[in-house]
Design a protein around this ligand. Structure first.
Ligand code: ADP
Length: 437
C-alpha cells in the first residue's frame, strides 16, 4: 500500500489558514479572513481525502511502511471520512459517473435536504455549481463559484471544485471519488462588506450636506452679501453651525472607531458608576433647563463599582441624557434612577434614564443602535444629532459586558436602561453590608 505523511501535507494547509487569519486581522477584512482561511482548510481537506482509507493517493508516495499502516498519517483507517464530517464547511465527493458518493452533514444542511444522493443536477439546485462540477468531472478542471440559495434570508456560498485524480482509460468505471467540492458559507462576510459599504456612503453623505451648505454660504458672502454687514453676520452664524455639525460628526466617527478597536479588551479599573452619572447629569443640567426641562437624579444608598473606563462610561450617560433632553417634552422632567435588582440580571447594576417625549414605535427599537439609524432624520438634524450616539453606547456597553434595554410607549416617553456587571469586590462588600443589616 502506498502511504504518505498527512502531517507534512496538512502543515502548509493549516499554515495557509493561520497566515490568512493573521493577514486578515491586520487588514481588518472579514471577507479576506474567510477566503484565506478556506484555502488552508481546503488544502487540509485534500490531504484527508487522499488518506489511505478513502482512495488511491495521487500525491507523491513515500516508501511503504506496511508494519504501521494506521500511524503513517496519524489517522486510523476510516478516520479521513470522520474528519471530513467534522470540517466546519460542506464537503461533497463525486465519482467519475458524476454521482455524489459522499456529503457531510454540513453539506446536507446547506442544501436543506436530509441526504444528498444521485446526480448533482437533481440535488444541488445551483446551476453554476453543477456546471463547475461537470467541468471538474469531465475535463479535470479546478475552479470556484459563488452562488446564493433562497431561504427566509438568502444565504451566499462559495464552492471550491478540485479534481482528485485523472484515471487511466481502463479505470473509467472507477467508483472512487474523482472530484472534491468544499463549500463555505460567506453570508456573514458579504453582509459585513455591505454594512461597511453603506457606512462609508452614509458618513460621506452626512459630511457632504453641511459642506455643500458652507460652499453656498461662501458664494453668497463673496457675492451679493459682500457689502451687507447684517446679512454677512447671519450667514457667518449659519456657517458656524454647519461647521459645528461637521465637527460633532467627525468626533463621533473617531469615537466609534476608537471604541471598536478596543472592544475586545475588557476594561479593568473599578469605577464608581453612580458618581460618574451624577457628574454627567450636573454638567447637562443647564442645557436641560434651557430646554424647559428638569433633570431629576434619584438618590440610592448603594454605590457599587463596575470595571470600566471612566471616560467611556461618562460618554454612555452623556449620550443617553442628551437624547432624553433632545427628544423630551418641554415642561417635563428627565429622571435618572437606579433600577431595582432584576432576577434576570443578577450581579448587575441598572441605571435608567426616563423622558416624557414622543416615545418610539416598536418597529424602530431593535434598529436604534445601528449607525445613522434615526426615526426621523429631519428631527435628529434639527436637534444637532449625528445618528451615531446610540451606536457608540452599544459598542461601549459591549466592551463593558453590559447591556442596553429600551422600553418606550408612543405618546408617553422612553426609558433607556444601562446594565453593567458589578465588580467582584464591590459585590462582596454589598453582600457583607446586607448581612450586617
Ligand atoms: P441622534 O444623533 O439622531 O440622536 P442617536 O444614535 O443618539 O442619534 O439616536 C438614534 C435615533 O433614536 C434618534 O435619531 C431618535 O430618532 C431615536 N431616539 C434616541 N433617543 C430617543 C429618545 N429619548 N426619545 C425618542 N427617540 C429617541
Amino acid at each position: 500500500m502506498a502511504l504518505f505523511s498527512v502531517d507534512r501535507r496538512l502543515a502548509p494547509g493549516l499554515g495557509a489558514a493561520l497566515a490568512g487569519f493573521f493577514a486578515a486581522a491586520i487588514w481588518d477584512d472579514p471577507l479576506n479572513t474567510i477566503m484565506s482561511a478556506s484555502a488552508g482548510a481546503l488544502a487540509a481537506a485534500l490531504a484527508f481525502i487522499r488518506s489511505p482509507s478513502d482512495t488511491k493517493p495521487i500525491v507523491r508516495p513515500e516508501p511503504a511502511r506496511e508494519e504501521e499502516p494506521q500511524k503513517a498519517n496519524g489517522l486510523a483507517p476510516g478516520q479521513g471520512r470522520a474528519l471530513l464530517e467534522r470540517l466546519p464547511m460542506g464537503v461533497i465527493l463525486i465519482d467519475r459517473r458524476a454521482t455524489i458518493t459522499f456529503a457531510n452533514d454540513q453539506a446536507n444542511e446547506i442544501f436543506g435536504i436530509s441526504r444528498l444522493i444521485d446526480q448533482p443536477s437533481s440535488s444541488l439546485r445551483a446551476p453554476r455549481l453543477v456546471e463547475a462540477i461537470d467541468a471538474g468531472v469531465s475535463d479535470g478542471l479546478s475552479g470556484s463559484v459563488q452562488f446564493s440559495l433562497s431561504r427566509a434570508q438568502d444565504i451566499h456560498l462559495r464552492a471550491y471544485i478540485r479534481p482528485l485524480e485523472v484515471p487511466a482509460p481502463a479505470d473509467r468505471q472507477s467508483r472512487g471519488p474523482t472530484v472534491l467540492v468544499v463549500i463555505e458559507d460567506v453570508t456573514q462576510a458579504i453582509r459585513t462588506v455591505a454594512l461597511h459599504r453603506d457606512f462609508v456612503a452614509n458618513a460621506s453623505h452626512e459630511l457632504k450636506t453641511p459642506l455643500s451648505s458652507i460652499t453656498g454660504i461662501i458664494q453668497t458672502l463673496l457675492g451679493h452679501a459682500r457689502d451687507d454687514p447684517e446679512a454677512s453676520e447671519r450667514f457667518l452664524n449659519m456657517m458656524s453651525s454647519q461647521t459645528d455639525r461637521m465637527k460633532r460628526l467627525v468626533e463621533d466617527l473617531l469615537s466609534l472607531n476608537r471604541i471598536e478597536l478596543n472592544e475586545r479588551i475588557a476594561p479593568r479599573d473599578p469605577q464608581p458608576v453612580r458618581r460618574i452619572v451624577w457628574e454627567v447629569a450636573d454638567a447637562l443640567r443647564q442645557i436641560a433647563e434651557e430646554n424647559g426641562m428638569a433633570l431629576e437624579v434619584d438618590d440610592a444608598s448603594e454605590h457599587p463599582y463596575v470595571l470600566g473606563s471612566r471616560e467611556e462610561l461618562a460618554q454612555v450617560f452623556r449620550n443617553l441624557i442628551d437624547n432624553a433632553i433632545k427628544y423630551g417634552r418641554e415642561g417635563t422632567a428627565v429622571t435618572i434612577a437606579v433600577e431595582p435588582d432584576s432576577p434576570e440580571r443578577q450581579d448587575m447594576i441598572g441605571i435608567s434614564i426616563t423622558d416624557h417625549g414622543p416615545g418610539i414605535a416598536r418597529e424602530h427599537i431593535p434598529r436604534l443602535t445601528e449607525r445613522f439609524y434615526r426615526v426621523s432624520v429631519s428631527r435628529s438634524r434639527e436637534k444637532g444629532g449625528t445618528g451615531l450616539g446610540l451606536a457608540i453606547v452599544k459598542h461601549i456597553l459591549n466592551r463593558h459586558r453590559g447591556d442596553l434595554e429600551i422600553v418606550s410607549t408612543v405618546g408617553k416617553g422612553s426609558t433607556f436602561t444601562v446594565w453593567l456587571p458589578i465588580a467582584e469586590r464591590s459585590r462582596r462588600a454589598l453582600s457583607d453590608q446586607a448581612t450586617a443589616a
